[in-house]
Design a protein around this ligand. Structure first.
Ligand SMILES: Cc1ncc(COP(=O)(O)O)c(C=O)c1O
Length: 416
């Protein structure tokens, strides 16, 4: 029997071992060990990602798809191999369905301009929810302005939940597209996306899921979900910034005109006529973020070495513990108490402005996000200008949450 264990073989989840993979977690901030609880904004990168980008930049960089020389071919192979690794990561049917974009924001803008704009007529509707990030609101407002279509917003309740029935009730023959988050970035609510997509599909409504906050916390299977589009950013899932993915159902992408014109997205160009490249290149005009794609591929490979089920279970425990610790602090109100939440807690503390809270926590070496989290309608709904948000990754610890609780309590004592 062979007793050797491949380095790529999934190992039991071990927080201390995982932390050692992230160089930044060894840092101190203002004399304290860094407690990085701002993963919802951007997660940190493991050494495997840093090394892959470094190796690409040092040894393989050239422009892709155009050179016969060795470096160009190496760079092209690295770029395209990363695409092949994203296919199983989200369970797409083929590499044609994986379009590289700058991030979730660009993915949604691409769909708004390339899918929705040519299709929409005055009186048509786009359905979103009250929980959306601005990136899943503003591109639709822009396309509504351009076409005379109307943006319809499904409500949330006092717990920050989106009820399937409330969204379904707003689906009508006028609804041309349903665009909603998989997980809310401001509250952590997990939306009932499977049921929503099924109900939309039954009515012939095309669906886009904003997966920016789901991708680090939930397994994503676009075929099981059956959505037409799924968007995510590499930097939320331990990859580089400035790179992301638009998954699109091949039959829908085929029907869409290119969004941006330029190099690489064409087959032939003459002044009389241009013919477009095949999928997915039709949507990748110009020199792309090659090192970003290499880093994203490395992040996905690295995630494949973890026991993600155990990692996600650890995150759930962190969420439950953080909720308990924070709710125990006098004057603290958790905003967003949905039954199904991913790994973040939004909260306000009576008498302490969230920005002051963020500053005090920073002095204690704890990084959280304060503000409206690009979700101003959610803040308006809860009648708060801003919240403090602690968002977790599987490398966070219970001890960091104890420090968070102690620091929030200290801030409250200072201000009240
Ligand atoms: C739910 C959600 N959608 C969209 C975005 C935008 O992502 P990016 O800025 O990477 O394009 C974010 C980023 O925080 C997000 O949380």
């Amino acid at each position: 029997m062979n007793n050797t264990v491949s380095v790529l073989e999934p190992a039991r989840f071990d927080v201390a071992a995982v932390r050692r993979e992230f160089p930044v977690l060894a840092r101190t901030i203002h004399g304290h060990p860094l407690a990085f609880l701002d993963n919802g904004a951007s997660a940190q990168r493991p050494s495997a990602v840093i090394a892959a980008v470094d190796d690409y930049e040092r040894h393989h960089h050239a422009n892709i798809h155009r050179g016969v020389h060795a470096l160009s071919q190496e760079a092209t192979a690295l770029y395209e191999n990363a695409r092949d690794r994203i296919v199983p990561f989200v369970n797409a049917r083929s590499r044609q369905e994986i379009v590289f974009v700058r991030g979730t924001t660009e993915a949604i803008n691409l769909v708004a301009q390339s899918y929705a704009r040519p299709l929409l007529r005055p009186g048509d509707e786009i359905l979103i929810t009250h929980l959306e990030h601005h990136a899943n609101i503003v591109p639709w407002q822009m396309v509504c302005d351009q076409t005379g279509a109307t943006l319809v917003v499904a409500p949330i309740d006092e717990r920050g939940e989106v009820h399937f029935e409330a969204v379904e009730a707003l689906m009508s023959p006028r609804t041309k597209l349903l665009a909603c988050a998989h997980v809310s970035n401001s509250l952590g609510t997990v939306l009932p996306v499977h049921r929503l997509v099924a109900a939309a599909k039954a009515r012939g409504i095309v669906t886009l899921i904003d997966g920016a906050q789901a991708i680090p916390h939930l397994p994503v299977d676009v075929q099981a979900l059956d959505c037409d589009f799924y968007a995510f950013s590499a930097h939320k899932v331990f990859g580089p910034t400035g790179i992301g993915v638009l998954y699109g159902r091949e039959s829908v992408l085929e029907r869409m005109p290119p969004w941006q014109g330029g190099g690489d997205m064409i087959l032939t160009v003459s002044f009389a006529k241009t013919t477009y490249n095949a999928l997915p290149y039709k949507f990748e005009a110009g020199t792309p973020n090659i090192s970003g794609v290499v880093g994203l591929g490395a992040a996905i490979d690295w995630l494949g070495t973890l026991d993600l089920e155990a990692a996600h279970a650890h995150e759930s425990e962190l969420l439950a513990y953080a909720t308990e610790v924070l709710e125990g602090i006098e004057g603290l109100r958790v905003i967003g108490t949905a039954a199904d939440k991913a790994s973040l807690v939004s909260f306000v503390v009576a008498g302490v402005h969230p920005h002051d809270l963020g500053t005090i926590l920073d002095q204690d070496g704890i990084a959280i996000r304060t503000g409206h989290h690009c979700a101003q309608p959610v803040m308006d709904f809860f009648r708060v200008p801003a919240t403090a948000r602690a968002s977790f990754a599987f490398y966070n610890t219970f001890e960091e949450i104890d420090r968070l609780g102690a620091s929030v309590a200290r801030a409250r004592r200072l201000f009240t």
